[in-house]
Write a protein that binds this ligand. Structure first.
Ligand code: ADP
Length: 444
């Protein structure tokens, strides 16, 4: 609105200034042609009175009051004498016109005297009176008013259009933002299910909507995981505790004899519990943001060979052969922690591979990263479980993995260690065909 007002106002001022200048030139031109026309009536030392009268009447209509005197200062023709009321009407008309177009303009009757020379000889005097220094006749006023009206019309029209477009744009922005605000408010109160459905044709707003939807989805998932975790952790702790409680009560009540076997069984449960708590402690340490890594140059080949030596018995018992295709490959990592991460993955490979299976380990070099593949041809993981196996306490097949002794924390620890090194871990698996873990670790 401000811009339109400014443009209209400044155009009006600018136009008036230039139009006034143009009129000054026109008036100057009219005066010159008046002098010429009057001079042309002088023939053979005589003024042609009839012609002068015609020119004088025409001049009144054009805004000039003229009077002509001969060399002896006798008035030949004077507009005021000819028709003084017409002259007054014309003057007041000009004054009125100026007050409409230029309110506050200070103009008055002005008279200019010209010596008329015919063939270099003085022939008389022409007095030209007009509303000076500038006047608008009726057609000038109409012209100027039309220009002004066009400006006002264009101004109002542009204002209307800009208000219309403004409303369109602001509603197209404010409506989706309103739904985002509503959604974030409901997220703040813990309701994550309400997805924002509104689509906007503004790219940034669409990105904001999809970010908020993703945020709501992640929070919902987190919430689910938290609930599952609480359920799982209590379940994990309850089972050994109930067993031990029952056994100890039987011993206290004297129903059971405290044989070495029974005490051994209770001891085993206690160890299982402390292993679980120990893993949780490890995990919270690895997941903490200020985990300190003691990085050193480590040869992956040598590291994996050492791990495999520790698993010699298990590999032998299940007759699993290891196809180790590693070559010397130096990376800069925290040796102990990476060892822990790899142990969890390799031990899973052994755990979840049937008798006579094969485990293959390879390493590729990426751009500043080492890509380690640990592949087995074991039982595999079904599609429905695959996205969750890195979550704590997640076990694809609870009854079977319980028997293998896992609590579902191993892969969570491996992932935390690898991510602490700036790397990442992915898994591909097909049920009954095998599983492949792809571990990417930055070389430095
Ligand atoms: P767990 O201690 O139970 O092995 P992990 O976190 O190490 O826990 O693994 C999570 C789950 O992922 C396991 O319970 C198992 O179902 C599945 N899993 C992991 N590695 C393999 C593998 N190599 N083959 C088949 N299943 C696997």
């Amino acid at each position: 609105m401000t811009i339109i007002l400014l443009i209209s106002f400044s155009s009006h001022i600018f136009m008036k200034k230039n139009f006034n200048r143009y009129l000054e030139d026109i008036i100057e031109g009219r005066k010159k042609s008046l002098i010429k026309d009057i001079s042309n009536t002088y023939k053979n030392g005589q003024w042609d009175n009839k012609n002068i009268e015609d020119i004088g009447i025409e001049a009144i209509n054009n805004g000039f009051i003229i009077s002509i005197k001969d060399i002896s200062d006798n008035v030949i023709w004077s507009a005021k004498t000819h028709n003084s009321s017409m002259c007054e009407a014309m003057m007041s008309r000009m004054g009125y016109n100026m007050s409409i177009v230029n309110p506050g303009y200070k103009g008055d009757y002005t008279e200019e005297v010209y010596n008329l020379k015919i063939d270099e000889k003085y022939a008389g005097i022409l007095e030209i009176g007009y509303y000076g220094p500038l006047y608008y006749n009726d057609s000038d006023v109409i012209f100027f008013k039309t220009l002004d009206n066009i400006l006002i019309f264009v101004g109002i029209f542009s204002l209307g259009i800009s208000i219309f477009i403004g409303i369109l744009i602001s509603t197209s922005i404010s409506k989706p933002i309103g739904s985002v605000v509503k959604a974030t408010n409901s997220i703040a109160t813990g309701k994550y299910k309400n997805k924002i459905k509104k689509e906007s044709n503004i790219k940034e707003i669409n990105e904001m909507i999809s970010s908020v939807n993703t945020l709501a989805f992640s929070l919902d998932e987190e919430e689910k995981i938290r609930k599952i975790m609480t359920k799982d952790i209590s379940h994990e702790l309850r089972t050994p505790l109930t067993t031990m409680q029952g056994q100890l009560e039987a011993l206290i009540d004297g129903i059971w004899e405290p044989t070495e076997e029974r005490l051994q069984s209770i001891h085993e449960e206690v160890r299982r519990l402390s292993r679980l708590v120990g893993s949780l402690e490890h995990l919270s340490r690895y997941e903490s943001e200020d985990l300190i890594l003691n990085k050193n140059e480590v040869d992956i080949k040598e590291l994996v060979e050492m791990i495999l030596i520790n698993f010699e018995k298990e590999l032998h018992d299940k007759n699993i052969s290891v196809n180790n295709k590693l070559e010397t490959f130096i990376i800069n990592v925290d040796r102990d922690k990476i060892t822990q991460g790899l142990i969890n993955i390799i031990s899973n490979g052994i755990k979840y591979t049937e008798q006579g299976g094969i485990i293959e380990i390879t390493c590729d070099e990426g751009k500043n990263i080492a890509i380690i593949h640990i592949r087995d041809n074991g039982i595999g993981i079904s599609k429905e479980h695959l996205p969750y196996i890195f979550q704590r306490f997640y076990r694809a097949d609870k009854s079977r993995t319980r028997a293998t002794g896992g609590a579902g924390i191993g892969l969570t620890i491996s992932k935390a260690i690898i991510e602490a090194h700036g790397g990442n871990i992915k898994v591909k698996s097909e049920i009954n065909k095998g599983t492949e873990f792809i571990i990417e670790i930055p070389k430095v």
